[in-house]
Design a protein around this ligand. Structure first.
Ligand code: 5AD
Ligand code: SF4
Length: 463
């Protein structure tokens, strides 16, 4: 069959969609250029905020509708292509359970996050049973246990197809055992499980051997790697810094990133790793969520404003150009104007390189969902816009300090806005746009001198 996967949500979903694509290819299926050409369409869903879930389910609903299945109107070849199968995977499946088939009665299968490895088998079984019309009532639900270890964690389409990209995600820690009051992730992605270090190292070695230059290690709270279950056979040093050091030695690999971090994991040993391992990028995505101690406590974040700022100060004392990015929630239940102003001032003090701002969205089953969602929508929007404007100013200011410096940039390809130029990223994950030379290839590591600063991008010329 030909297949197409739509991915919503975080990097973990991007990674899992790619693993599914690799497994489907290994089973003989072929990737379709676009959805209209595909016999099988899979939607990988997110549920972190209500809007995210609605988007994924809306997409899936359109695909499942009789007109969607026939591909009417959305197919460049007219009415000829008849889609055979639609599946849903990801976090919304865990949250909804069997209800997913009440919302989407024509859906063929729904598979929760830790069972994505079963998709090729399910597709084969449904295919054997014939077209959807003859398969009435055969829709299939797979809900994982909270401790399940998925199959297919190390499947990469790059490796399967031999067409190596230059960047790859690698999952190192599944699930989350934090219980932040607003967050649905722990209940949909299960308990923490750290993959054995030997398995991760072998996976990264294989990627590097196929030309991958940069890996990004993924985990909801990745610095907790090796804490709940052992990742190494012995107990030498801290598990995550030790993993970074081991990966730093892999030949052909140029860069190592990881996300997301928590201030409690910013230990001296982690800092030593940044110092001693040249491939480990000097960037941390360190979600703060709020700058008010009262709100942080209610959220159950396990740090104070002062502790968070101390972690940032430590990173910047080590390297003033260390990139720190964050996530912030505005309009948490009971967030006062004073709480909000505390967040504003924390963001100034932390001098973030970039920030993602989210309007609070109550998620069923979380502790916060029991509190009144009492900040009016218009006020959430005002706080959102205020922080975005602050960050735009701050981002430009921080980027301005880099004008005249030479950055090491991993070339990614033609810039989206101006195809005559190329873009890439520096170690701090900042986007750098420059005039290419004739022999340039994606994945090349270059030196670029910065000439101009914008809030989200740096302009430069090859040095
Ligand atoms: N409402 C709004 N934002 C949320 N996030 C997580 N849960 C919620 C919620 N209920 C945000 C946090 C997290 C990011 C991935 O999404 O900022 O870091
Ligand atoms: Fe959610 Fe907290 Fe886990 Fe992050 S660490 S995914 S915010 S519960």
């Amino acid at each position: 069959m030909t297949f197409h996967i739509h991915t919503y949500g975080c990097q973990m979903n991007v990674r899992e969609s790619d693993a599914v694509a690799a497994m489907l290819e290994a089973a003989g299926h072929v990737r379709a250029a676009d959805e209209a050409e595909a016999d099988l369409v899979i939607v990988n869903s997110c549920t972190v905020r209500q809007k995210a879930e609605e988007k994924a389910l809306g997409k899936c609903g359109n695909l499942c509708a009789p007109s969607g299945r026939a591909g009417r109107g959305d197919s460049p070849v007219g009415n000829r292509h008849r889609r055979q199968m639609v599946g849903l995977m990801g976090c919304a499946v865990s949250r909804l359970g069997a209800e997913v088939f009440r919302k989407l009665p024509n859906l063929d299968f729904a598979v929760g996050p830790r069972r994505f490895g079963l998709i090729p088998k399910i597709v084969a079984e449904l295919e054997a049973q014939g077209c959807p019309q003859r398969r009435s009532g055969m829709n299939r639900l797979e809900l994982p246990d909270a401790d399940e270890i998925p199959e297919g964690l190390s499947a990469h389409s790059d490796l399967a197809s031999g067409m190596a990209g230059f960047k790859s995600y690698v999952t190192v820690l599944l699930g989350c055992d934090n219980r932040c009051s607003y967050c649905i992730v722990p209940s949909v992605r299960g308990h923490e499980y750290s993959r054995p270090a030997a398995e991760v190292i072998a996976e990264v070695r294989a990627l590097a051997a196929h030309g991958v230059k940069e890996v990004c290690l993924l985990g909801q709270s990745v610095l907790r790697y090796g804490r709940r279950n052992k990742a190494w056979d012995d107990d030498v040093g801290e598990p995550f810094p030790r993993l970074l050091a081991a990966l730093d030695g892999i030949e052909g690999l140029e860069r190592i990133r990881f996300t997301s971090a928590h201030p409690n994991g910013c230990t001296d040993e982690l800092l030593r790793t940044f110092r001693d391992c040249p491939k480990v990028c000097r960037h941390l995505h360190l979600p703060v969520q709020s700058g008010s101690d009262r709100v942080l406590k209610e959220m159950g974040r396990r740090y104070t404003r002062a502790e968070y700022l101390a972690a940032v100060a430590k990173l910047r004392a080590f390297d003033p150009e260390f990139a720190v990015t964050t996530d912030v929630i505005v309009g948490y239940p009971g967030e006062t104007e004073a709480d909000f102003e505390a967040t504003r001032s924390l963001m100034d003090e932390a001098d973030f390189d970039n920030a993602f701002i989210f309007k609070y969205s109550p998620r069923p089953g979380t502790r916060a969902a029991e509190l009144p969602d009492d900040v009016p929508a218009a006020e959430k929007e005002r706080r959102n816009q205020t922080l975005l404007a602050d960050q735009e100013r701050r981002g430009t200011e921080r980027n301005r300090r880099l004008v005249g410096t030479v950055r090491e940039v991993l070339a990614e390809g033609p810039s989206l806005r101006n195809k005559a130029r190329w873009s890439g990223r520096d170690g701090g994950n900042r986007i750098v746009v420059f005039e290419p030379s004739g022999t340039l290839r994606a994945g090349d590591l270059l030196r670029v001198k910065i000439t101009e600063a914008h809030p989200q991008i740096l302009l430069g010329e090859l040095a």
